[in-house]
Design a protein around this ligand. Structure first.
Ligand code: NAD
Ligand code: TYD
Length: 337
């Protein structure tokens, strides 16, 4: 019976992953390890209160003592989601990104070695590949060319994982996924920020010309991919996941306005993000071929369900919106929205 240390399990993707694994695998035990930074939220796990196979441990991945303490709970496998995850924040202050994403990964890798885990999964991002032009897709062979402090710190972590796999034979795999959307995503990222603003009849800040392209994937499809990489991924391998759903930010904004019945006057064009990557798009054929995975959620259905979730969870949204989440962009570029 595996006991899986899931780091970052109180965040957006981690909490969806914990819920997914508990619901689909009756044998798994989860040690959910999270520092509860501004992005971690126990309300994301409220429905799991008292679950017999879920233990929450508050701790910091950069602390050797915290990590070793959690590993001593019989951990057999590690799936590492914990990270500083927002590009705009990394532009404002890269320090926490280097600490958590690079140093934290090194501390976790040492613990994974010491406790001789059966599998270590590094949850990385397509952003480590940099930016695409108008054509082409990221494959697992695309050279790393990170452009933001966030993606540079994630790329640094990936290189450490590969070094530990090569040097010590750590059974590690790396997953690289495109932009996620779905329930419990913090309204600092595009889709939940725009949905919650529009629901409150507030403006939505489109950076630059809005022609940047992202490849959207539902968080559950990402979770199924991470699970497949954990169960069936070959040590030393990288697996890309994407939704085959490329969309320019402005087109997505117009779609959200339509779905929510709001006027285009709520669009506010604001200064572009520094060093803004123009286009991300994923070739996920390796994961389809070798892991038997494929994205299942159609974007229209997933987006409608996500909007429904934010409409239904006004108490969750209100708690989040009362905090100082949006200040990072504003500190650099002035008030938005
Ligand atoms: P998130 O910001 O919602 O959650 C991150 C979680 O990590 C939070 O619960 C936070 O408390 C925790 N954390 C942060 N620093 C920590 C530390 N030092 N020690 C312990 N816990 C800490 O992020 P997310 O969107 O859920 O992303 C999860 C992972 O997936 C990240 O590694 C991210 O790089 C990766 N990823 C995200 C996306 C996306 O679209 N959101 C896409 C591809 C990959
Ligand atoms: P984001 O959700 O921050 O994810 P990432 O930067 O990791 O791709 O941003 C998605 C896209 O939306 C990106 O091109 C930046 C853009 N964007 C805006 O135009 N306005 C916003 O307020 C935000 C948060 C993002």
């Amino acid at each position: 019976m595996p006991t899986v240390l899931i780091t970052g399990g109180a965040g957006f993707i981690g909490s969806n992953f914990v819920r997914h694994l508990l619901a689909t695998d009756p044998a798994v035990q989860i040690v959910n390890f999270d520092a509860l930074t501004y992005a971690g939220n126990l309300a994301n796990l409220r429905d799991l209160d008292g679950h017999p196979r879920h233990t929450f441990v508050r701790g910091d991945v950069t602390s050797r003592d915290d990590v070793r303490g959690a590993m001593q709970r019989g951990v057999t496998d590690v799936i590492h989601f914990a990270a500083e995850s927002h590009v705009d924040r990394s532009i404002h202050d890269s320090g926490p990104f280097v600490r958590t994403n690079v140093l934290g990964t090194q501390v976790l890798l040492d613990a994974a070695r010491e406790f001789q885990v059966s599998k270590y999964v590094q949850v990385s991002t397509d952003e480590v590949y940099g930016s695409l032009g108008a054509t082409g897709l990221f494959t697992e062979e695309t050279p790393l060319h990170p452009n933001s402090p966030y993606s540079a710190s994630k790329a640094g972590a990936d290189l450490l994982v590969q070094a530990y796999q090569h040097t010590f034979g750590l059974p590690a795999v790396i997953t690289r996924c495109s932009n996620n959307y779905g329930p419990y995503q913090l309204p600092e990222k595009l889709i939940p920020l725009f949905v919650t603003n529009l629901l409150a009849d507030q403006q939505v800040p489109v950076y630059g010309d809005g022609q940047q392209v992202r490849d959207w994937i539902h968080v559950l499809d990402h979770c199924r991919g991470v699970e497949a990489a954990w169960r069936r991924g070959a040590p030393g391998e990288v697996y890309n996941f994407g939704g085959r759903c490329e969309m320019a930010n402005l087109d997505l904004t117009l779609l959200l306005l339509k779905l929510l019945g709001k006027p285009e006057t709520l669009i506010k064009y604001v200064a572009d993000r520094l060093g803004h990557d123009r286009r991300y798009a994923i070739d996920c054929t390796k994961a389809e071929r070798e892991l038997g995975w494929a994205p299942q959620v159609k974007f229209d259905a997933g987006l409608a369900e996500t909007i429904g979730w934010y409409k239904a969870n006004t108490a969750w949204v209100a708690t989040i919106k009362n905090k100082d989440y949006l200040s990072y962009y504003e500190k650099q570029y002035g008030k938005r929205g």
